[in-house]
Design a protein around this ligand. Structure first.
Ligand SMILES: [Zn+2]
Length: 854
């Protein structure tokens, strides 16, 4: 008993607040407190499982968490790294970082908790088998089992069926994993190593599939169990359809803003395993205190009655009056034997949060620094106010020790500032799943205690030890960067720990065969992030991979550094000398700093992602300069770019030597387009720029007079086509795609200039592509178009819409679903060669035969 109590206390100590790191510490209003008081008498839990951020049914989650008051969770197998980004140019793990935060924002609205596995979203997959194989099925199944054993759901709900009706290999695979984990979690022979780490086998009562009627796909049947989740919650002043819409609209990177629904809404459930529900989702599950035997100071009926008394006696205007009752209940519950440890811990946690909210206690720890470097000092301001005026004593116990004044009158804000030193070996604030990188289809995470967690904990936390009625509670809140923005008002952001130096290289690509002129130098930019880096010794190395190990290759330069915060210097390195020393195609540079630092320091490139709807994201990566050895010839000089949803294609064009001008609606109406050798549209340009519908004539005139217009993919939704005129002749955009990035490419028009000039394209140019070949292919093109390439996924028919070309007047129009926006930033040489051909105006070839002049 004693040891169990201790584990519980240390567990409580670690709970941080359920608030975003970008919001001030939350205070619940009286309605919300009353809802949480009612929740104390509910002992039931539900875990929803699907594949991606945005798969989850937010209406059902909102209903289960706020109407049924169950502990509710969503386990997303992936972080959605492979989706398309509607709000910016982040792809891959960066998009996963954004979507992780969007899910956390959604959960703060619908009241559910968030979990993930280690699986990487590698992009669209057509089969369950492919998804499970790439993820490493056994590993990810273990993660799902781990989350189930920790969360102990009574009912598991999947969003998808286990077969191809799920429409995406990740979707069906998420259902297969959920079903297998439902069985495995209960079996002590399965994943037995987990049992040594504080979890027990767990048998959920049942697993059901939440069927749907969506986009012409109806899997709901009359004989399935159904329930109405469309109610209204008077305490929250919202219906579940309204909460759901607010929650779902957090998925801004996916463009999933939705309208609220009001009134009855039925959800259907097909039984998967365990006995089927008949009257209620929780049939056969006891969700009151009766589920847990107890004896000693409190029996279960007394518990229930005491909570009911707290509910009935709750004062809306003076919630602090409930505190003595809550504290007394907390004390008794903490020493009651025989309760299920899971529910005892869970209810103590809920009671502690209620004590904090009812007492009106407010506390925050902030700094005016946006980041802090290891080895620097950090000035932390704390503010505490005892707004409920209850007699209590409080002491800051972390990150420094400070006893607050004995008397804290209700209206008196207590402020205190102290500076702490950040150790030189303090780890940088890297999201835990990115620390060791990716291994094929999953992130490498060795620490089992991190598995399932949505994010890393804050670098610094303030913990306040509060004694109320002779019970000590530990409340924690992250130390955050706080500032006032003239538009947004007061903003709180996470406080990252950064390295003393940031290192950046330019260019990102070294072309050794671009227009037969190799790139001659690489610039190494070094920025100091520490407050003062005086008389430090820096050595810059280049590393290379020997097998899987990163080995120091050569010392590039040695120097003494004397830099103030944000000072930058740069070194120019000769490319041919570096290339002579290495056989590597990826060049990695490191800086080691010694004196005055005791420890050797390795620098990173820092990347910050900022959007207003989520907390700022900082992460670090070991950058590399990619060497592209393919011979690439370009023709023309000036390219106009119409930005779409965001991509890094313009940067790639610049690296190829093009002058890129961003074109707006006004520029196109003003004409003067004839100067451009090509106009290129960013991905989804027609989906995000309504004005493009009004300039079709201008763009076609540009083509007619000898221009070269390249349109990258636009999407078609499940609900219908994109109603835009894009080319000179009609074609449709389909949902056709080829996800096998190694699919053989069949040249349907081998003589077309697009495959021959200025670069002669061969099948070798399709080697090494990443994630997929193409998406949203053209369909039913007018016969004026030529389909240039054929390709297919295994077991499917050949698709011919990845690249269509038509002459129009004196010029050329191209639509392509090939994913250049992925291949060019990844440095795929063949993709550069083909893209150079698309951008190179064929009229330049006719006029003077040379590729390089107009
Ligand atoms: Zn999905």
């Amino acid at each position: 008993m004693n040891s169990m109590k201790q584990t519980m206390v240390s567990f409580l100590f670690l709970i941080s607040c359920f608030i975003s790191q970008a919001q001030p510490p939350a205070s619940l209003n009286s309605s919300e407190i009353l809802l949480r008081l009612k929740k104390l008498n509910v002992l039931g839990s539900v875990l929803y499982i699907a594949a991606h951020p945005d798969d989850e049914n937010t209406r059902l989650l909102a209903y289960l968490a706020n109407e049924k008051l169950y502990r509710t969770g969503y386990l997303s197998i992936t972080r959605g790294d492979g989706g398309q980004n509607l709000i910016g140019d982040e792809q891959g793990t960066e998009l996963g970082l954004i979507r992780t935060q969007e899910l956390l924002s959604a959960r703060r609205i619908d009241g559910a908790e968030q979990f993930f596995t280690r699986a990487y979203d590698f992009g669209f997959s057509k089969s369950t088998e492919e998804a499970l194989e790439k993820w490493n099925k056994e590993l990810i199944l273990g993660d799902v089992v781990w989350v189930i054993r920790k969360f102990q759901p009574d009912v598991i709900i999947t969003r998808f069926p286990e077969d191809s009706r799920a429409g995406h290999g990740h979707h069906s695979a998420s259902a297969v994993l959920a079903h297998e984990a439902f069985i495995a979690a209960a079996d002590p022979q399965q994943f037995p190593e987990q049992l040594k780490r504080g979890v027990q086998p767990w048998q959920a009562k049942r697993i059901v599939w939440n069927t749907y009627n969506f986009g012409g796909n109806n899997t709901q049947r009359g004989d399935q169990f159904k329930m109405d989740v469309g109610g209204y919650n008077a305490l929250l002043g919202k219906g579940y359809g309204e909460i759901a819409a607010e929650s779902r609209s957090q998925h801004k990177s996916q463009g999933f803003g939705v309208a609220a629904q009001r009134g009855s809404e039925w959800e259907y459930f097909a039984a998967v395993a365990g006995d089927a529900p008949k009257e209620d989702l929780m049939d056969g599950v006891e969700t009151t205190w009766s589920r847990t035997a107890s004896f000693g100071i409190l029996d279960r009926m007394q518990l229930q009655e005491r909570i009911e008394r707290l509910i009935n006696g709750f004062s809306y205007e003076h919630p602090e009056k409930s505190v003595p009752g809550l504290v007394s209940l907390y004390k008794n519950l903490a020493v009651t034997d025989g309760l299920s440890p899971y529910w005892q811990t869970q209810k103590l946690k809920e009671l502690q949060e209620l004590v904090r909210s009812c007492s009106g206690l407010y506390f925050e720890a902030t700094t005016s620094m946006p980041y802090v470097a290891a080895g620097d000092s950090l000035r932390i301001n704390i503010n505490v106010i005892n707004r409920g005026g209850l007699p209590l004593s409080a002491r800051v116990v972390q990150p420094f020790d400070y006893q607050l004044p004995a008397s804290m009158p209700a209206k008196q804000l207590v402020s205190y500032t102290q500076t702490i030193f950040v150790p030189v070996n303090m780890p940088v604030s890297q999201p835990y799943w990115l620390e060791k990188g990716l291994n094929e289809g999953h992130f490498i995470v060795d620490d089992q205690s991190l598995i399932g967690l949505p994010e890393s904990s804050a670098a610094y936390e303030m913990t306040l030890s509060v004694d109320i009625n002779n019970q000590v509670f530990h409340f924690s809140t992250p130390v955050r960067y706080k500032y006032t923005d003239p538009v947004r008002g007061e903003v709180y952001q996470p406080l990252p720990v950064v390295p003393v130096l940031s290192l950046n290289e330019s260019p990102q690509f070294v072309f050794t065969g671009l227009n037969k002129q190799p790139v001659s130098s690489i610039k190494l930019n070094v920025t100091s992030l520490a407050s003062s880096l005086q008389k430090a010794k820096a050595q810059y190395y280049q590393y290379e991979y020997k097998g899987t190990e990163l080995v120091k290759n050569s010392v590039l330069t040695d120097s003494a550094l004397s830099l103030h915060k944000n000072d930058a210097i740069s070194y120019v390195l000769k490319t041919n000398e570096i290339l002579k020393k290495t056989g590597e195609r990826d060049l990695r540079f490191f800086a080691d700093i010694q004196a005055p630092y005791k420890e050797r320091y390795q620098s990173y490139t820092i990347r910050k992602i900022e959007y207003n709807h989520i907390p700022a994201i900082t992460y670090f990566y070991l950058n590399k300069v990619k060497v592209i050895e393919d011979e690439i010839i370009t023709a023309g000089k000036k390219v106009g770019y119409i930005t779409g949803a965001g991509d890094r294609v313009p940067e790639a064009l610049q690296e190829m030597g093009y002058e890129v001008t961003y074109l707006t609606h006004k520029d196109i109406l003003a004409g003067n387009l004839n100067d451009f050798d090509a106009i290129v549209m960013g991905v989804r340009a027609y989906n995000v720029n309504d004005w493009l519908n009004n300039v079709h004539e201008e763009l076609m005139n540009y083509v007619k007079k000898g221009g070269n217009l390249v349109v990258q993919y636009n999407t078609r939704s499940y609900f219908g086509p994109l109603n835009a005129k894009i080319g000179p002749y009609p074609f449709e955009i389909s949902r056709g795609r080829v996800t096998d990035e190694t699919a053989a490419v069949h040249f349907l028009q081998p003589a077309d200039p697009v495959l021959n000039w200025p670069n002669k394209i061969t099948s070798k140019d399709f080697d090494g592509w990443i994630q997929e070949r193409g998406i949203y292919f053209a369909e039913e093109p007018d016969k004026a178009y030529k389909s240039i390439l054929g390709m297919k996924d295994p077991g499917e028919e050949e698709q011919k819409g990845s690249l269509i070309v038509s002459r129009y007047g004196e010029g050329r129009f191209i639509y392509t679903g090939l994913v250049f926006f992925r291949q060019l930033p990844a440095g795929i040489g063949g993709a550069y060669r083909l893209f150079a051909n698309l951008v190179s105006n064929p009229n330049l070839q006719k006029t003077n035969g040379t590729a390089k002049k107009k």
